[in-house]
Write a protein of this length. Structure first.
Length: 269
């Protein structure tokens, strides 16, 4: 089964972002990908809290959600919709990642649990407080599909191994991680953390990133990649918008887990 990670440079214009995403999804589907993952904030990446709230969609409706359903149905693919700001009724949003099936229907939804409230080391001017506009999710999501069991996470979640331990308990075989990693942290942490998650969970990882400079001067790292259960980088796009794809060999996954049964050796401490 072929999977693809989409890399974008999203901005304030939702229509332009969706047009760009549609072209990249079509490219990946044309390359044979059956699972395609869009990056975090694929439909909107603005500079201020007010802009983010203004771009929020109601649950089940809005241009980004309609786009995902149409794309999944048009290309008969499993599509992970990066994240969309979904209004929750208290003046804030949830950063929601959606999984759509080949018929265009919603199969699962995951609300980002860990929110990015940090000052980036070595760059005093780069500071984020995601919780100012976003309510954290509370549910760990792993869903059985004909492709395998897909575990859903987003960006900053990558730093919290307890989440991945729980996803492993739920049977995760493919980890999807839409992201918008900062450049300073991405340079040193992005690949090591992704490879660690693949190795410790003995799963495939499909990680889609934002890349380049966005509204307000924010810069993201890119380096969208696909990793094997053994921690190998199967494919990577370092820079620029585009799609990167690789084969996910689920038989090999089963063989690795049988020969190297670390998941069975876990103990609750």
């Amino acid at each position: 089964m072929r999977a693809a990670a989409i890399q974008m440079t999203s901005g304030r214009d939702v229509a332009l972002n969706l047009e760009a995403a549609g072209e990249l999804v079509a490219t990946a589907a044309g390359d044979g990908a059956k699972l395609i993952v869009l990056p975090e904030n694929f439909s909107f990446l603005g500079a201020t809290d007010a802009e983010r709230l203004a771009a929020a969609e109601a649950p089940g409706e809005g241009p980004a959600q309609t786009f995902l359903a149409e794309q999944a149905r048009r290309h008969a693919i499993w599509l992970v919709g990066g994240t969309i700001p979904i209004a929750v009724g208290d003046g804030r949003v949830r950063s929601r990642s959606l999984l759509l099936g080949p018929g265009g229907g919603r199969v699962a939804a995951y609300d980002k649990i860990h929110l990015f409230d940090v000052s980036v080391p070595d760059n005093e001017a780069e500071s984020y407080r995601e919780s100012a506009t976003t309510e954290p999710g509370t549910e760990v999501v792993a869903v059985e599909t004909p492709l395998g069991c897909i575990g859903m996470t987003v960006c900053y979640d990558l730093r919290f191994p307890g989440l991945f331990h729980r996803l492993g308990q739920l049977g995760m075989e493919i980890l999807v991680l839409p992201a918008a990693f900062t450049v300073p942290t991405g340079r040193v942490h992005w690949e090591p953390l992704l490879r660690a998650r693949a190795i410790e969970s003995l799963c495939y990882v499909v990680a889609s990133g934002q890349w380049g400079e966005h509204a307000g001067g924010r810069k993201t790292y890119g380096h969208s990649l696909i990793a094997s259960p053994w921690g190998e980088i199967l494919a990577e796009r370092e820079s620029g918008a585009g799609a990167v794809s690789a084969e996910l060999d689920m038989i090999r996954l089963e063989e690795i887990r049988a020969k190297f049964p670390t998941l069975e050796h876990r103990r609750e401490l």
